[in-house]
Design a binder for this molecule. Structure first.
Ligand code: FRU
Length: 480
């Protein structure tokens, strides 16, 4: 059986993981946390897992940072849901969602605090005053979770993800002088007041999870994850302006064109760069995830910028530090185009590709993770004429439990210019970046050890104008 566990994507050794959370720079290292169920490959009673790095490339695993309280009356008896970490003087303060009670109307979700002063951030002391922020009454809110805290104008601000069946998703704002006592400032934004510049209402579910406020000189954005009360959907960015405690939205953008990414969290690096990680779930059955004993990973760290009223993402520069020697790309003719030679194939399914499509390569497909007899392959179609990118998983896997379907959308190519694709394949995840702007994340599950070829398919003039470079990638784990 092929091992689908990634080599360059963060995840715990075993068990379930979902949202990345709480990135913080502390004592010279970047610490990142994530939702985890250490007991198996299924979601249950979330804990906070913990990793850290001194270069954002190689990572170390730490023990669990936070676990649900054994006291059944505690605010977090049934889960330490998502949140963030802020630095307050000489203390790191973890702001998380404490959950009490089984899922349903009687359950409470409320913001709680835990503090640490340790260089390694391995021991956290929960605040006896927990919970510090509870859901405002009288609004029939469907959930109240994932606090995002920042400091501005001498005060602490907290946005909490929430929503109601009537008004849709909302990001509710609170303010505080001391992180403990919070005043209700009302919704910074809710779906009912979110009318985009062209007057269109875009469907954004009935609950927003994991809000994060992006502030840049080029404009502001609210990153939200769309939930409809039953199902998790996809992350969006609302571009607009945050002022006077209200977010005025101008346009809504899907943050990723793929089906398998959710709940991105935001990190402001010491050099000012904005970096996000997302959660990439499995595209297999729940039963399969339980049997294999693990599920979920975090996406690559992506630098986020706002450019021309759009959010752009690309892998952080440092990621190239994992590259081994460049692989030689020998072109072998196929009926549809050309196939890379043995060296790229030998790199297996952990490979970093740069593909340059010249002006003649207007419509081209790449068959990734391709078996020599075409029993398995994943198609990536670039159509610059229509301005679209699509990923098709119809033939990705012989496993009937693996996700299928064609996903993609508009890529807004610049006419007449070269188009650049960056493709990172890591066993069961494919992350595609178009011109350092647009991402597409999908999970695939090749079953054969020889499903490793890369074929370029198109008209003879189109495929002749495609350049491909490839590198294999070292593991991200420095001490395990
Ligand atoms: C998003 C989410 C959050 C919640 C966490 C629980 O994926 O549902 O809203 O805090 O996961 O694990």
């Amino acid at each position: 059986m092929i091992d689908h566990r990634p080599r360059v994507h963060l995840r715990p050794v075993a068990g379930w993981t979902n949202d990345p959370i709480g990135p913080v720079h502390w004592a010279g290292r970047t610490h990142l946390f994530h939702q985890v169920n250490p007991d198996g490959g299924y979601w249950d009673r979330p804990h906070w897992g913990h990793v850290s790095s001194d270069d954002l490339v190689r990572w170390r695993r730490h023990p669990l940072a936070l676990s649900p309280d054994p006291d059944p009356d505690a605010a977090d008896a049934d889960g330490c849901f998502s949140g963030c970490v802020v630095v307050d003087g000489d203390e790191a303060v973890l702001v998380y969602t404490g959950v009490n009670g089984p899922a349903g109307p009687g359950q409470t979700q409320a913001s709680c605090l835990a503090r640490s002063r340790e260089p390694e951030l391995e021991r956290w002391t929960k605040d006896p005053a927990n919970p510090v922020t509870v859901a405002p009454r009288g609004h029939d809110l469907t959930g109240f979770r994932d606090p995002f805290v920042w400091r501005e104008d001498g005060r602490w601000w907290q946005l909490v993800g929430t929503g109601s069946a009537e008004r849709g998703g909302a990001a509710w704002l609170f303010s505080s002088d001391d992180l403990t006592t919070w005043s209700d400032e009302g919704p910074a934004l809710d779906a009912a007041t979110l009318v985009t510049r062209d007057g269109l209402q875009t469907w954004t579910g009935s609950m927003w999870e994991c809000p994060a406020l992006v502030r840049t000189p080029q404009g502001d954005a609210l990153i939200l994850s769309v939930h409809d009360g039953v199902t998790t959907h996809h992350p969006i960015a609302v571009l607009g302006t945050f002022t006077g405690g209200r977010f005025v939205g101008r346009r809504i953008q899907r943050l990723d064109l793929g089906p398998d990414v959710y709940a991105p969290c935001l990190y402001t690096a010491p050099d000012g760069r904005l970096i996000i990680w997302g959660w990439s779930w499995e595209a297999t059955t729940v039963a399969r995830q339980r049997t294999q004993g693990w599920a979920g990973m975090l996406t690559l760290p992506r630098e986020l910028t706002i450019d021309a009223d759009r959010v752009a993402v690309r892998p952080i520069e440092e990621f190239t530090g994992l590259r081994g020697d460049e692989l030689s790309v020998e072109r072998l003719a196929t009926p549809g185009g050309w196939l890379t030679g043995a060296e790229v194939a030998r790199a297996g399914n952990v490979v970093d590709l740069e593909v340059a499509l010249g002006p003649a390569a207007e419509v081209v497909s790449l068959r990734l993770c391709r078996a020599p007899d075409l029993q398995e392959y994943t198609t990536l179609e670039v159509d610059r004429h229509r301005g679209e990118l699509w990923l098709d998983r119809a033939a990705s896997s012989l496993d009937p439990d693996a996700g299928v379907g064609r996903v993609g959308g508009a890529i807004h190519p610049s006419p007449g210019r070269e188009l650049r694709l960056r493709i990172v394949i890591d066993r069961s995840i494919v992350e595609v970046f178009v011109d350092d702007r647009i991402s597409l994340t999908a999970r695939i599950y090749p079953t054969r050890a020889d499903s490793t070829g890369i074929e370029v398919v198109g008209s003879p003039t189109a495929v002749a104008d495609v350049e491909l470079q490839a590198w294999n990638l070292d593991s991200i784990w420095s001490a395990s």
